[in-house]
Design a protein around this ligand. Structure first.
Ligand code: ZN
Length: 615
């Protein structure tokens, strides 16, 4: 321990019982509050806007001065107060870790993973003090090969080793997840910054290809912001599992969860849909290194981890990031223009399929993320809009509007760079109206109407007309089946699809029976009185299952009235359903070839395909 570490709060964490999923954590406080030190656990983790009350996984907590026990009293669901006293105080606790997600903590014989929010108590009044983190290995020979991956700064530990790390303060301590175990490891350099990739899970992936492609994405984002990268090292912590998908952004790392089959196999050359979506996820979280980890809402400076932090700006932080995640894949040459338009068409389809977009704006969706977006139920498609997907479409519309109305003098790219310079780079929070006013200031355009209708109102962004400006045709058609995600031309003529009626429901996956997961507003099923949770068992007196309900309905003409039997709980009911024409809610985008040279140039500038010379 060096001189400067005197006064640091020292956290020690050890996988005490991997088979029982228990970490032991000790927190040494050199000069605690003599009137009774207060400590607490976070109730939420930044990036995932839901109160999760991590203290619920604290199995035991006690305090002591050396060998002498100190009384501790719990004050609320997350907070404890120690008895008054002078001199170094240690808080000890056992934390149960069995949440295999990017948000929590997980421990078994194969690995350990934790976020600071799950395991480290906050020492009240000392949030600004530096922290030492001593990461200890589990006891036992079987764990001898375990290593550690984290973006936390080493303070004595060997590279990827157990031992001492440090964080400048509590805020940083919460922002460096840690993986330990026998992970696969690879590294690359992007614009002078070392990037490590640690992958937990059994896999047979082509690591070299993965490293090459991640490097391409990272360089694209660093060059996009056009400044010295804000981190001097970066770590991708990947959990590759049989099933799973998710990511969480941090200042110098990200935790990603994916299906191991989504990672490319050795010898495989093509880009699978699964791998494309993995690259999109990695791209998304990496863009957050700037947009939300540094360019952040004023409401998040500092994060208050004791309660909900409200902002109407998540559409800008998640939506704009969702816009650039896939755009970076085409701009860096990893996917083709057709592949990009397929992804965009799928995103538009997801937004266009839910009537909730007419009930909630993306600003409201941001504000209510805590209770609505993160706590979705059967009514969500009818009641809310996603600030991710619609937010990305607002970003697209804003980008194309700026390009069109400034004569291609300004784009959303310029706005992002200005947000970085004006806010992110200097640690200044973005005020609630900050994005809108900066856009209008830089462009000289009065875009109040755009923001009032598309961000604070519930209008669909005018994508058909804006995409025409860059030579892309916007088409809507009915879905071919409930597996049709959009983005691609249909295999059947649109007139044939329009003649196949639907109930307007979403089926619950898995059980085999036709259980309704959601009934859409304005649908035939809703008009007939069917509800989410009902199990449809017969149409016109003949048995149906989840596999054939859709096809059996589609065999009747639009407007036919059918007898439908269903169970609600254990009660059989019969309703008359007048089946409706399917909605035109499936989007396909196409590169137009019949456009002038100026349009081609604009399209190449937007998609970043100028240098490559192709479209
Ligand atoms: Zn995100």
């Amino acid at each position: 321990m060096s001189e400067s570490e005197t006064g640091s709060i020292v956290y020690r964490i050890k996988p005490k019982a991997p088979k029982a999923h228990v970490f032991e954590v000790n927190c040494l406080i050199p000069s605690p509050d003599p009137d009774g030190q207060v400590i607490s656990f976070a109730t939420w983790i930044p990036g995932s806007y839901m109160v999760r009350d991590f203290a619920k996984h604290v199995v035991r907590l006690w305090a002591h001065r050396g060998e002498v026990p100190v009384a501790v009293e719990k004050q609320d669901k997350s907070t404890w107060r120690c008895a008054p006293g002078v001199g170094e105080l240690t808080i000890s606790c056992e934390v149960y870790a069995w949440d295999l997600s990017v948000r929590g903590a997980h421990l078994d014989m194969t690995h350990g993973y934790f976020n600071g929010t799950s395991v480290f108590p906050r020492v009240h009044g000392k949030e600004d003090q530096p922290c030492i983190v001593e990461i200890q290995p589990p006891d036992g020979e079987v764990y001898e090969d375990w290593r550690v991956a984290t973006a936390m700064t080493r303070a004595g530990a060997a590279p990827f080793g157990f031992g001492r790390y440090r964080a400048a303060d509590y805020d940083e301590l919460m922002d460096h997840p840690v993986e330990m175990g026998c992970f696969s490891l690879g590294s690359f350099e992007a614009e002078g910054v070392i990037h490590d990739v640690a992958i937990y899970g059994r896999l047979r992936a082509d690591i070299d290809r993965l490293l090459h492609d991640l490097k391409t994405v990272c360089e694209q984002h660093i060059r996009f912001f056009g400044d010295t990268p804000p981190m001097n090292r970066y770590v991708f912590l990947v959990m590759a599992l049989g099933e799973g998908y998710g990511g969480l952004e941090h200042r110098a790392s990200t935790s990603l969860m994916c299906k191991r089959d989504d990672l490319p196999r050795v010898g495989e050359k093509e880009l699978s849909e699964g791998y494309r979506s993995f690259l999109g996820l990695a791209s998304h979280e990496y863009f957050h290194t700037w947009n939300v980890k540094r360019i952040k809402p004023r409401a998040f400076i500092p994060y208050d981890l004791t309660q909900e932090n409200y902002t109407r700006l998540l559409w800008a932080f998640e939506g704009i990031t969702s816009y650039y995640d896939d755009l970076a894949l085409i701009r860096s040459g990893l996917i083709t223009a057709e592949s990009y338009l397929e992804l965009l068409g799928q995103m538009i389809t997801r937004v266009w399929r839910a009537q909730g977009r007419y009930k909630q704006s993306v600003a409201e969706s941001s504000f209510d993320a805590w209770t609505k977006f993160y706590k979705q139920d059967e009514n969500s498609p009818n009641a809310i809009v996603s600030y991710y997907t619609k937010g990305a479409l607002v970003a697209l519309a804003l980008d194309l509007t700026l390009r069109r109305d400034t004569g291609d003098q300004l784009s959303l790219d310029d706005v992002m760079r200005a947000l970085w310079q004006r806010y992110g780079k200097i640690g200044e929070g973005v005020p609630e109206e900050g994005v809108e006013s900066l856009v209008m200031e830089l462009s000289g355009l009065n875009l109040k109407g755009f923001f009032d209708t598309c961000v604070h109102g519930t209008a669909d962004p005018p994508l058909a007309e804006l995409l025409a400006y860059v030579g892309v045709e916007f088409m809507l058609r009915p879905a071919e089946s409930n597996k049709d995600k959009g983005g691609k031309a249909a295999g059947k003529a649109v007139e044939l699809l329009a003649a196949r009626p639907t109930l307007g429901v979403q089926l619950a996956p898995g059980s085999g029976e036709a259980k309704l997961a959601a009934v859409f507003d304005g649908s035939a099923a809703q008009a007939a009185g069917l509800s989410a949770g009902d199990v449809v068992i017969a149409v016109e007196g003949l048995k149906v299952t989840a596999a054939d309900l859709e096809a059996k309905i589609a065999a009747y003409p639009v407007g036919a009235t059918l007898s439908v039997h269903a169970f609600r709980r254990d009660e059989l009911m019969e309703v008359k359903v007048t089946v409706q024409a399917p909605p035109n809610d499936t989007c396909v985008l196409k590169l137009r070839s019949d456009v002038d040279e100026a349009t081609l140039v604009r399209r190449a500038a937007w998609l970043g395909t100028m240098a490559a010379g192709g479209f």
